[in-house]
Design a protein around this ligand. Structure first.
Ligand SMILES: Nc1ncnc2c1ncn2[C@@H]1O[C@H](COP(=O)(O)OP(=O)(O)OP(=O)(O)O)[C@@H](O)[C@H]1O
Ligand SMILES: [Mg+2]
Length: 422
């Protein structure tokens, strides 16, 4: 069993339909190599909210145990991808004044400016998940992408704050911790998916990401290399299945199977084929037109895509984003979804499959694994960045010590004053 906490990293995605855990090793070049994974059916979660904590615990434990077994590696903790319509995003400015213009700006000073944008007035039932820098202003000069190394009197930063309702998040965290899993951090699923399925060029030029899960759909806009805005709708593949179950008077599981086997959003392209499904009641099977099943899917898909289109406009993006649109999450697997999205959004569309792990089996290139893969990739970048901040804070302290001798700044000033007095 490998137990090296510096090189073993893990991610966990507790979705409405499945729980997935990945364990990887950080290679010397910094990239991740997949060691193992675990997937378990998700129980006890609806639309990103825990409705039965024991069931969630069991699902998490099953996925984590399988990931540990298959990787023969023990991770000291996981990065958890989180979603839900309780997520809120808004922009905030923060600023700092630097003590010495002649010293170039360091990572930890930039980090302090970002922290200064922290929404301190947030009520206790809210919790900050991310503070993502958007743009900087250096002594009033706006549009700066990276101020590290610049000479600055005043630094302003515009951040995108990702905030969640504290109660559902706490319940999820308790469920994970109760299943003997330590949490290293959280990452918004939409942000994580961006890491796994979008190219740097797409994120730079501007792209719309639609992650259609089982219980939630995330609409996220990336531009200038970063997440710009997002919103989460409480609708996903679960509702597609429920529509079929209600219309055909059958169980959720039978409807889900019918959706996966016969589903197609473009119902008009389906011929006169009839399919057999198990129904409730005394008749064990019924014959239905496949086109009928597809019509329910068509209607639900159209509603979801039109709603998403409205949401994108609500986020302030009325025109076409240059790199078009990427669909991911399990709902992207529904045949015809991309064609319909192309028609409704009037933009190029592709299906986003997670990439970026060495040793990634073909099966993991499924859009349902975008959030888990992305959480792993995001954690690597995040930890490398935190390390840069730590190092730069340390070298600041060493620099200060050099400047002030081995005493703190106050005693150094007192010493200088004494010298002058003498
Ligand atoms: N081939 C397919 N055709 C149709 N639907 C599919 C297909 N594959 C997966 N799905 C649907 O995708 C959904 C699962 O997607 P995903 O695993 O991304 O969701 P999740 O992470 O469990 O849920 P959420 O993120 O919303 O909490 C299910 O509703 C499933 O029916
Ligand atoms: Mg999901």
């Amino acid at each position: 069993m490998i137990k090296d906490k510096d090189t073993i990293i893990a991610s966990l995605d507790v979705g409405t339909s499945k729980v997935c855990a990945l364990v990887a090793r950080r290679r010397l070049d910094g990239g991740p190599e997949l060691l193992g994974m675990g997937v378990a059916p998700s129980q006890g979660l609806r639309k990103g909210v825990v409705v039965n904590i024991r069931d969630v615990q069991e699902s998490v434990r099953a996925a984590m145990d399988e990931a540990t077994r298959s990787s023969s590696a023990f991770s000291s903790g996981v990065y958890v991808s989180v979603t839900g319509s309780h997520l809120e995003l808004f922009n905030r400015w923060g600023s700092i004044r630097t003590p010495d213009y002649s010293i170039p700006l360091s990572y930890d000073q930039v980090d302090r400016a970002i922290n200064a944008a922290y929404p301190a007035e947030l009520p206790p039932d809210k919790q900050v998940v991310h503070m993502l820098p958007q743009t900087y202003a250096v002594d009033g000069l706006t549009g700066i992408r990276n101020p590290v190394g610049m000479h600055v009197n005043r630094l302003d930063v515009e951040t995108l704050c990702v905030v969640t309702a504290a109660a559902p998040m706490q319940q999820l965290m308790h469920a994970i911790q109760n299943s003997r899993t330590k949490i290293h951090g959280m990452v918004m699923a939409g942000l994580a998916c961006g890491e796994a399925v979008l190219t740097e060029d797409e994120k730079e030029a501007g792209v719309l990401l639609l992650e259609i899960g089982a219980g939630a759909t995330t609409v996220a806009v990336f531009q200038g290399g970063t997440l710009r805005n997002a919103t989460v709708l409480p609708v996903g593949g679960y509702q597609f299945t429920t529509d079929i179950a209600l219309a055909l008077n059958t169980s959720f599981d039978v409807a889900e199977e019918a959706k996966l086997r016969y589903g197609q959003v473009l119902h008009e392209s389906i011929g006169d084929e009839r399919v057999e499904i198990r129904a409730f009641g005394d008749r064990r099977t019924v014959q239905v037109e496949r086109r009928e099943i597809c019509r329910y899917l068509h209607d639900r898909a159209e509603e979801l895509l039109r709603l998403s289109h409205m949401k994108v406009q609500g986020l302030g993006y009325t025109g076409i984003l240059p790199a078009g649109m990427v669909l991911t999450g399990g709902g992207a697997n529904l045949p015809g979804m991309d064609t319909m999205a192309r028609q409704i959004f009037n933009t190029p569309v592709r299906i986003g499959r997670p990439e970026g792990l060495r040793g990634q089996p073909e099966g993991l290139r499924d859009p349902i694994f975008a959030a888990t893969t992305g959480a792993l990739l995001w954690s690597l970048g995040h930890e490398a960045h935190r390390e840069r901040i730590r190092q730069s804070a340390k070298s600041h302290r060493i620099g200060d010590r050099y400047k002030y001798g081995h005493r703190g700044p106050l005693s150094w000033i007192r010493g200088q004053a004494k010298k002058v007095a003498l």
